[in-house]
Design a protein around this ligand. Sequence first.
Ligand code: NAD
Length: 264
Amino acid sequence: TRGLMNGKRGLIMGVANNRSIAWGIGKALADAGAELALTYQGDALKKRVEPLADQLGAIVAGHCDVTDAASIDAVFKTLEDTWGRIDFLVHAVAFSDKDELTGRYVDTTSDNFDRTMNISCYSLTAVTQRAEKLMTQGGSILTLTYYGAEKVMPHYNVMGVAKAALEASVKYLAADLGPQNIRVNAISAGPIKTLAASGIGDFRYILKWNEYNAPLRRTVTIEEVGDAALFLLSDLGRGVTGEIQHVDCGYNIVGMKAVDAPDI
Ligand code: NAD
């Protein structure tokens, strides 16, 4: 992949630490020669993100909380001032109150429903609006989703509903921006132990279940998600838009427990 992203510049949102999926994507892009900018959410993460940005040779485009439109505008202003235009955007952002990532979906509160939808779904549209203006020579936008959008997964609850809306947004955005040669896709990643995932009830059980039942008999790594992201963000993916690409060791195709799966 060396040189595949030479001359391309873009923003990655969602690095919290070196377990983040966004970090796996950042490494793959940097190895392929991309110039990167990272954002961080709040001062607590600034200290973690700055050294990681250094490792990638990336600039830090500042604090961004997607619930604060002014902070999104400030980041894109920085990108415009620094680079003038961008080629790609990675949106790896999601949040829900962990008290509602357990138990029943039916008990979701209105406040948490709105907040989860805003941060985990609307924010893709919010950042795409800004990115569109800087993608003057076409571009590629990528978000992260999960199988809980398609099928009911225990404890995923309101996040599954938000991911379903996110996947629909990918298709509407792809249709809107296609004429400008801006592509919009999602990777539906298998479960990975990250900070965000640790908020989901019984996440270890979900990991084990995937390991025993996915066709590849293991779970996916952030490096594997990074390589798939590289395809979609680079010119290799130039014919692909509006796609929900599973990177899940094949888990989504199985209809039943594997015959050799041990009890968990
Ligand atoms: P992570 O905790 O490393 O990353 C989540 C990121 O979201 C963090 O960087 C956090 O700062 C950011 N974020 C949350 N609220 C925000 C806000 N209001 N404004 C700006 N940023 C905010 O976890 P991750 O698992 O790498 O998550 C990245 C994406 O991948 C998420 O969309 C998640 O739903 C998705 N995903 C994760 C898995 C998994 O199993 N880990 C599987 C499929 C999809």
